[in-house]
Design a protein around this ligand. Sequence first.
Ligand SMILES: Cc1cc2nc3c(=O)[nH]c(=O)nc-3n(C[C@H](O)[C@H](O)[C@H](O)COP(=O)(O)OP(=O)(O)OC[C@H]3O[C@@H](n4cnc5c(N)ncnc54)[C@H](O)[C@@H]3O)c2cc1C
Length: 393
Amino acid sequence: MRIVVIGAGIVGAACARRLTLDGHDVTVLDRAGTASGTSAAGEGNLLVSDKGPGAELVLAQYAARVWRRLAVELQDELDGNTPPIEFEPKGGIVVALTDVGAQALRAFAAGQREAGVDARELTPDEARDREPWLNPAARVAVHYPEDAQVQPVGATEALLASARRRGARLLQGTEVREAALDDGGALVGVRTTRGDLAADRVVLAAGPWSAEVAGRLGIHLPVLPRRGMVLVTSRMPHRVFHKVYDGDYVGAVASDAADLQTSSVVESTAAGTVLIGSSRQRIGFDERLQTRVLQEMAAKALRIFPFLAAQPVMRAYGGFRPYMPDHLPVIGADHRLPGLWHAVGHEGAGIGLSVATAELIADQLAGRRSRIDVAPYALTRASLQPHLTEQVA
Ligand SMILES: Cc1cc2nc3c(=O)[nH]c(=O)nc-3n(C[C@H](O)[C@H](O)[C@H](O)COP(=O)(O)OP(=O)(O)OC[C@H]3O[C@@H](n4cnc5c(N)ncnc54)[C@H](O)[C@@H]3O)c2cc1C
């Protein structure tokens, strides 16, 4: 099939690569450049630890397996000109610094274990052994060996390079304007700023702009931007060895609140910087830097790693997570517009979930049974219906 993928972020890149493996004729287009949206504006956590039992966790567990395989495949097939993806299966450690937090964290980890997550409570000695600079006042620490990390821009570029090696075309600076429809109203391509592109299937992967692009295609899709900020320290010798975050993060991730939520996620990068994330706010596409947000994040990071107080912050950046009102991505066909497929709404987990999303899209397009049940991610799921209105054009 001729497949047009809208968006050259990590989700579009992963879909493009996977679809070329099935022999499809793939064109990826982006109104700007590759990895120019949210995929360049976050961290690279590939987490199972922050997800409670349910459909998102199942997708993350599947993605964790795909990433391990893919990291090897990409390394084998790409040359030295492609940036490294910096895949590090370093594991995560979640800590609780209060008695109430400790109780909540233990209960959360117990539920995850029942869902097949490897979640091991550490003794204080074990925690100190793994993270010597951790605040000794931490009440409970749970180790998640399945958590990993990747450099999101490098990973996006590598996935695109792999897709292009298999014949995919990449059109940068090409913006989707509207749908090309046949007489029966089915989508048969897109009209762009650089001409029309015919397609048998169109995969929408435009991240937080997916609602806008869907609107141009005549479809309502309730994807909203959820602002997030990250602080970056200057380079230092490695003193943070896992992804370490406080248990509050899980609450912030699952919350629907529009107002500011912060929690502390701390990790070192291969370059020697430490990333301190993150915040969550629904303030539209407002890009202004808010110092109170950065202050709150920094203060929480210091509670986990007091040594950070002496480290200079080099910069701060932020982006917009593609937020769905029921906290699950949409992966599959749009029954309202034949020919249109969605790979959207991964919110704060799109780097991790991208590769599993690509598998599910490819399976469904091929009529193959997927390794996990695809129904929870369908546009037709019950939890999404109150948020969908009918076709707008
Ligand atoms: C602060 C922060 C921290 C995060 N941390 C993590 C993390 O640790 N782990 C994790 O898994 N996820 C994380 N995320 C979330 C993750 O970054 C996103 O879920 C993911 O990047 C979404 O990828 P995408 O490809 O769907 O969207 P994007 O990367 O935004 O790509 C969409 C593309 O569509 C293009 N586009 C838009 N409109 C059009 C149009 N009309 N025509 C053509 N092209 C168009 C854009 O230019 C863009 O390049 C974080 C996000 C933030 C903001």
